[in-house]
Design a protein around this ligand. Structure first.
Ligand code: PLP
Length: 390
């Protein structure tokens, strides 16, 4: 297709026009079962009533008063996030990368105030923290260190679930350790509870901040409001985005009191904390916090994991990874993009292939067991169609 959009990725030709729950319709009238959901964004599926109502209500009242004025939805959303977590204060952003960029600045500011100017943040191989220069430098995606060289300095890389590799990098310039509790873009690799507990102890021992990037794992994706609540390890700083807006752009930087060190002028942004997006975030959060919602995510997540494992056994694949409704199937051969393309064109099923041999499943948190079963049927047919026979 030749058009006026910059060509930054391969996209299928069709236009997607309308969505409802787990389903997405294209301009050819075809319905697709969506297990990508805006890249783990549409917490409540496509076009949920509560978001439509929040947008209509808030857009009739106030869009943006000024980032230098208070607005009611931002105050209420910050309050609700803090009341349901271990954090004391929030700064709203427009994306996950911007939230992480804020976390990096906050940690460096804390280092200036409390650790004699220490500024290094230990991050991890294969991590993904966003596409700004600093968050690309914090990421550990192979090849990214050379892409827009020179990198932002100060992000030595450790190995996930290897505490000794973190310990070896701690020095006088270290101020924090930052990681995704489950690495998403790397193909869904979870930190172990023991590793996170060890990291917490290490940070306490050396006086470092522990920062969790919960852009993908937050807002119910692992079956708890925040991913850290699944592991029982409380970070000093966390970031959110994706699921917080349920399909609209909003992120958040959250910190415990001792790390809330921004002074006037340190941080800001024109659209940050605008009432329209915060009103949507509030509507999403109310649904996710409603009685039984997260228990249903955990149950559907187990069902998804079990069905994928059975499929892996049947097709002789390399098994399933992940927690809650963030799962991966390891095909053991570099056919994931082929399977995803076949699933889309053949079975009308939208899947993501974050790595050559890995499929990732990140459905709406409202996905039903019956929709999971339908997805499994479509996936089985797609595996067979690309020659991965049962
Ligand atoms: N951090 C993690 C863990 C992510 O998965 C992503 C996006 O996939 C980001 C940060 C970047 O978020 P955004 O694309 O909203 O900037």
């Amino acid at each position: 297709m030749n058009h006026a959009l910059m060509n930054i990725t391969a996209r299928p030709d069709q236009l997607f026009l309308r969505g409802e729950g787990s389903w997405l319709w294209d301009d050819r009238g075809r319905r697709h079962l969506d297990f990508v959901q805006g890249w783990a964004v549409n917490t409540l599926g496509h076009a949920p009533a509560c978001i439509r109502e929040a947008l209509a209500r808030q857009s009739a009242l106030l869009l943006t008063p000024s980032p230098a004025f208070h607005n009611a939805p931002a105050l209420a959303l910050a309050e609700l996030l803090c009341r349901n977590s271990d954090f004391d204060q929030v700064f709203f952003t427009n994306s996950g990368a911007e939230a992480n960029e804020g976390a990096i600045k906050l940690a460096r500011k804390w280092g200036q105030l409390h650790r004699g100017g220490a500024h290094e943040i230990i991050t991890f191989r294969d991590a993904f923290h966003g596409r700004t220069l600093a968050t690309m430098s914090a990421s550990g995606k192979p090849g990214w260190d050379r892409m827009f060289a020179p990198q932002v300095a100060g992000f030595p890389k450790a190995v996930l679930n290897d505490l000794a590799s973190v310990q070896a990098l701690v020095g006088p310039d270290t101020v924090a350790v930052m990681l995704e509790p489950v690495q998403g873009e790397s193909g869904v690799h979870a930190a172990t509870p023991e590793f996170l507990q060890g990291l917490r102890a290490l940070c306490d021992r050396h006086g470092l901040l522990l920062v969790f990037d919960e852009v993908q794992t937050g807002i119910g994706r692992l079956g708890r409001l925040f991913g850290y609540q699944h592991f029982g390890v409380v970070p000093d700083i966390a970031t959110l985005a994706k699921g917080l807006g349920g399909g609209v752009p909003i992120g958040a930087l959250l910190a415990r009191q001792r790390a809330c060190v921004f002074a006037h002028g340190d941080q800001g942004g024109t659209f940050n904390g605008n009432p329209l997006m915060c009103a949507v975030g509030l509507s999403v959060l109310h649904e996710v916090l409603a009685d039984g919602f997260l228990a249903r995510v955990r149950a559907t997540g187990e069902h998804l994991g079990d069905r994928l494992q059975a499929l892996s056994d049947r097709f002789g694949l390399q098994g399933v990874r992940g927690i809650g409704l963030l799962r991966a199937l390891d095909l053991g051969r570099p056919l994931a993009a082929d399977v995803a393309a076949q699933a889309r064109t053949g079975a009308g099923l939208l899947l993501n292939a974050p790595r050559p041999a890995v499929l990732r499943f990140m459905p709406a948190l409202t996905v039903t067991a019956a929709e999971v079963d339908l997805m499994i049927d479509g996936l089985a047919a797609s595996l067979e169609a690309v020659g991965i026979g049962s």
